[in-house]
Design a protein around this ligand. Structure first.
Ligand code: UDP
Ligand code: MG
Length: 336
């Protein structure tokens, strides 16, 4: 939690800048969340009303194939909802980006629609924002609920992503967070298409406040993150925020070259001293296949970076919106 310390004088100044009656924008990404989305919107609406916040609920439908959109349009019509329908499934990182691009509030809340992020923490996070923190984010109190392979994968990811970097990305953070308008504006300036939001939140800086949060089981439906998607996100995160994978292969290449020089010297001495009656076929075969493997792997890693450069230079829009509908922001205190 490298960002926890903030000079008190700075917090005092920021706290004074907070508007007396802020508009809170909740960004709720939804992909096949038919059973969860309406209860989540109702819960957020109730909680924010009780805390006296004017609010808007920005639902980003990420190309759902179930009736998530119909559920929102029919059962959440009374709520201050803005529904942004993306033209297809772009993935959670892009759905969050679309939400952040459309919020109007003084402060944005990013929260999953499956109740894994406890909505009752939203007013607590907002209280911290009022104290002057620009970004209040949830940190998992434990990862015990996750399978061992996922925990190992995550730990390896953060090790690699942070190695050699002076400014460490904190591990175990979540997308559940509150962002001041200044952070929202900063995120909007990030042009990259290969988006790894946790890296971007960290990169923008500002005053940050980690809050340990107990995550829950998903209320209904299934997680859409399988290991392939997780690997994809991991590679995006690594290539977007670290040159370490490239550097590792430079180091390995140097080591292999040094070993080969030493080996050649040994072979030469041995042949000069004792002669070489047997031709060195097995040694040759092993050396060629090993080096072939190393070269392919390093070319593959280069390819990952080149592929991402290709994505960026095409300059395609990050996402496409097919429709925006809804009522917009609420006034405080008109609970349904
Ligand atoms: N989500 C999304 N697009 C996707 C996958 C997921 O908008 O392609 C949303 C999903 O509806 C949920 C949040 O992102 O609100 C987290 O997704 P999920 O629960 O599947 O991931 P997990 O919590 O298992 O990491
Ligand atoms: Mg989930």
């Amino acid at each position: 939690m490298s960002n926890a310390f903030v000079p008190p004088y700075l917090l005092g100044l920021r706290a004074k800048e907070r508007p007396a009656d802020p508009l809170v924008s909740c960004v709720v990404p939804a992909y096949n969340e038919s059973a969860n989305i309406v209860p989540m919107l109702q819960t957020l609406h109730q909680l924010l009303n009780d805390a006296g916040y004017r609010h808007e609920l920005v639902v980003v439908d990420d190309g759902s194939r179930d009736d998530t959109v119909e559920q929102v349009l029919t059962h959440a019509a009374e709520l201050p909802v803005t529904l942004i329908q993306l033209s297809r499934n772009f993935g959670k990182e892009i759905a969050l980006t679309a939400g952040v691009d459309h919020v109007q509030g003084d402060v944005a809340v990013l929260i999953d629609s499956d109740f894994q992020h406890p909505p009752e923490m939203v007013p607590v996070f907002l209280q911290e924002w009022r104290k002057g923190y620009d970004m209040v984010y949830s940190v998992r109190s434990s990862r015990e609920d996750e399978p061992l392979t996922k925990r190992l994968f995550t730990r390896a990811f953060y090790r690699l992503a942070n190695s050699g970097s002076r400014h460490k990305m904190p591990a175990d953070t979540q997308d559940f967070r509150v962002l001041d308008r200044c952070v929202v504006e900063a995120l909007r300036q990030m042009p990259e298409r290969n988006r790894f939001m946790k890296g971007l939140y960290h990169w923008v800086g500002f005053t940050q406040r980690p809050m340990p949060t107990q995550t829950r089981e998903r209320r209904a439906g299934q997680s859409s993150f399988n290991y392939r998607r997780l690997l994809d996100l991991g590679i995006t995160g690594l290539t977007a925020f670290s040159n370490m994978p490239l550097r590792i292969w430079t180091v390995i290449g140097c080591l292999i070259s040094l070993c080969s020089i030493a080996y050649a010297a040994w072979e030469l001495t041995h042949t000069l001293l004792f002669g070489n009656p047997v031709s060195g076929w097995p040694t040759l075969a092993v050396a060629v296949s090993f080096l072939g493997g190393v070269q392919l792997l390093s070319i593959g890693i280069l390819g990952e970076y080149v592929g991402r450069i290709f994505d960026e230079v095409k300059q395609r829009p990050t996402y496409l919106v097919s429709r925006i509908s809804g009522r917009g922001a609420s006034d405080a205190g008109n609970a349904v």
